[in-house]
Design a protein around this ligand. Structure first.
Ligand SMILES: [Ca+2]
Ligand SMILES: [Ca+2]
Length: 191
């Protein structure tokens, strides 16, 4: 990475992130310092990411889901997350703007990154999301959401597509926004 002045954040990264995320200079600088402390190499590996994620889900198996999230954050596909990818990801997942969150959800579901979500991709993510749900909570789910396959069927039905058709980003966002169950089915809220 460029020449960091006295361990601080390189100016071009700071300017770029201020522009793309609208986080403040002090927020970004603070995160950069924490990031450097936790990741002296400046990069998060998939294994580290899985460990971080696992801590948030002590009662379930977050590994598969973490792999999908990692893939969706790794914008340049090099198998690591650098600070910029990390902050952009943080921005997308924590933003109050729901379209931004849904854009991210779309990239999460678009496993092969071809710009469309297919039914097999919905099934794959439904399986990963289901594994996030602790075993004791799985048993109290409504009957039509009690298995990954049922959840995938319910979610796919929202898009109003045939099984062999595909969903573009705009269609994905619109369908989730105008559905009662959509938001709930594309994530697991573990609060
Ligand atoms: Ca990367
Ligand atoms: Ca795809």
């Amino acid at each position: 990475m460029g020449n960091a002045q006295s361990g601080g954040i390189p100016r071009e990264i700071l300017d770029d992130l201020k522009l793309t995320t609208r986080f403040s200079e002090s927020e970004i600088t603070q995160w950069y310092e924490n990031f450097q402390k936790q990741c002296p190499t400046g990069r998060i590996t998939l294994q580290q990411f899985e460990e971080i994620y696992g801590k948030f889900f002590p009662d379930s198996d977050a590994t598969t889901y973490a792999q999908h999230v990692f893939r969706s954050f790794d914008a340049n596909d090099d198998g690591t997350l650098d600070f910029k990818e990390y902050v952009v990801a943080l921005h997308m997942t924590s933003s109050g703007k729901s379209t931004l969150k849904l854009e991210w959800a779309f990239s999460l579901f678009d496993v092969d990154k071809n710009g469309y979500v297919t039914k097999p991709e919905v099934i794959e993510l439904s399986q990963a999301i289901f594994k996030l749900i602790p075993k004791d909570k799985q048993t109290s789910l409504p009957n039509d959401e009690s298995t990954p396959e049922k959840r995938a069927e319910k979610l796919w039905a929202i898009f109003d597509k045939k099984d062999n058709e595909r969903v573009a980003e705009g269609e994905f966002i619109e369908a989730i926004q105008s559905s009662d169950d959509g938001l709930r089915l594309i994530q697991y809220d573990h609060k």
